[in-house]
Design a protein around this ligand. Structure first.
Ligand code: CTP
Ligand code: MG
Length: 227
């Protein structure tokens, strides 16, 4: 039975990259002569070659993306999905094409994280049996303060905090069910959607400090160094 299940990797690439700036959304910016997104897709595909990749893109970038894939002969197979207004809506659009009857696991990954590795993916997959999802985390290295509306602030104990990365891996049926609800602006990742739906048995696994999300100008140089 289990062999009939289909596994999916949703790669969300429909954002505008407002913090990164520039003419193109960051996932299409140059990394070693091609759009960053190509590195992400190749590396995530290498993590689970049998999984179907659902690539979420904004309609305005579709022709640019198809053209450059054809010019460069990009070989990783994917199915295109139309993006939504927020990251959570983009994920939901991808989930809408998955049949809950046959789904196994679903991974959700930020296009802007090209440094995903098979080792990290294996930790996520190994941790999944017996829980609703596995989440890669890393310790926080900066000192942190909570700022109140009146501008006052206080330090917090960073030893209990973790920074959350992607890919996040979920029981597919549960992820689909969890997304069948109002999507709040506070849902910055899929673990938060799962939690709000009552799936609190999410297991934290060791992420990778190099698995950064290209967010601000200069982050591409760091990724370049890591590669
Ligand atoms: N994303 C998406 N659909 C959206 C918003 C974001 O698919 N409506 C994707 C981005 O393309 C990115 C990932 O979600 O790969 C993580 O989001 P983030 O790093 O915040 O990217 P942007 O929203 O594009 O950047 P910014 O917040 O700076 O505008
Ligand atoms: Mg964003």
């Amino acid at each position: 039975m289990k062999d009939d299940k289909r596994n999916y990797i949703i790669v969300v690439a429909a954002g505008s990259g407002s913090r990164y700036g520039g003419d193109l959304p960051k996932q299409f910016c140059d990394l070693r002569g091609r759009p960053l997104l190509m590195t992400t897709l190749e590396r995530v595909h290498a993590c689970a070659p049998d999984a179907d990749i659902l690539l979420v893109l904004s309609g305005s970038m579709l022709s640019f993306w198809r053209e450059i894939c054809s010019v460069l002969g990009f070989g990783v197979p994917f199915r295109e999905i139309e993006g939504g207004a927020t990251r959570a809506h983009s994920v939901r659009n991808a989930l809408s094409v998955i049949d809950p009857a046959t789904v196994g696991w679903i991974a959700v990954h930020d296009a802007a994280r090209p440094m995903v590795t098979p080792e990290m993916f294996a930790r996520l997959a190994d941790g999944l049996p017996g829980c609703s999802g596995t989440i890669p985390v890393v310790p926080v290295t900066d000192s942190l303060r909570v700022v109140e509306p009146d501008g006052s602030s206080r330090s917090v104990d960073r030893s209990r905090l973790r920074a959350v990365q992607t890919p996040q891996l979920f029981d597919g049926k549960k992820l689909i069910r969890a997304n069948d609800r109002e999507l709040l602006p506070t849902f910055t990742d899929d673990a938060s959607v799962m939690e709000a739906a009552g799936y609190t048995d999410l297991r934290l696994v060791e992420g990778d400090p190099r698995n950064i999300k290209v967010t601000n100008p200069g982050d591409m140089d760091i990724v370049e160094l890591y590669l």
